[in-house]
Write a protein that binds this ligand. Sequence first.
Ligand code: SAM
Length: 275
Amino acid sequence: MNPPSLPPIRDVIQRHGLSASKALGQNFLLDEQLLARIAAVPGDLAGQRVLEVGPGPGGLTRALLRAGARVTAIEMDRRCLPALAELGDAFPGQLTVIEGDALKLDHGALMDGEPFHVLSNLPYNVGTALFVKWLGGENWPPQWNSLTLMFQREVADRIVAAAGDDAYGRLAVLAQWRAEARLAMKVHRSAFTPPPKVMSAIVHVTPSAMPEGVSARMLERLTEAAFGQRRKMLRQSLKGVPGALEALAALGIDETRRAETVSVAEFVSLARALS
Ligand code: SAM
């Protein structure tokens, strides 16, 4: 069956009066070829469940629907709901729209406990908070099979950085200790309407095995302490974590090193020793 023909997104925006709101982090993508490439990042989505945060006028949503995904979209701006309802009519049974704040909703429950992929051109102001939420918790593997997310280029670099890189920090460890994170695509600022001040990039994350004997809470605590004072030596920054200095010695990690030189594997060993 051919996918239904749809009006250009620019027309949808105009017809529904969807002037971009800065407060809601609205920078829309209009190029359907680019949107199709983003929707293809996680692989074949036919019949798969997808959670999209912030569909706005529905550019990425229509690319996901054309790929055959069953989409649940959370949107905070009720001005967008009529445009999304039209899109739902064009793809019967494939789109569910929830009006609300994605930071406050239980995503697993919204997806009825079924596995799902997350794809989103995230609002920059909530992107990192959502990312940390998806990566957190003791339950692993998570209910999501992949995350395909737009970030400011600088944040994307921080997510995929390795120890020793300037961008390496807490976000890299949280993203990599039990998942694989890669830069899937760079996106020029001119691709957005209106164009933001900064460049963007798509990050693709898939869960990997949970390292045995490590508590997520301990790993989070360690990275928070270590990178909270990233220029300080570990013997100073980890002083407040009981047992940490003894664990450093037992593992042969020099306590005069700084957090930015400690690899993801070393953080995992340290968290295991303290878990
Ligand atoms: N997906 C569209 C696109 O690619 O053109 C719009 C992307 S725009 C960068 C971000 C969207 O997220 C906006 O539609 C905005 O209203 C919505 N949004 C902002 N904060 C949100 C939140 N906390 N929960 C759900 N949606 C939110």
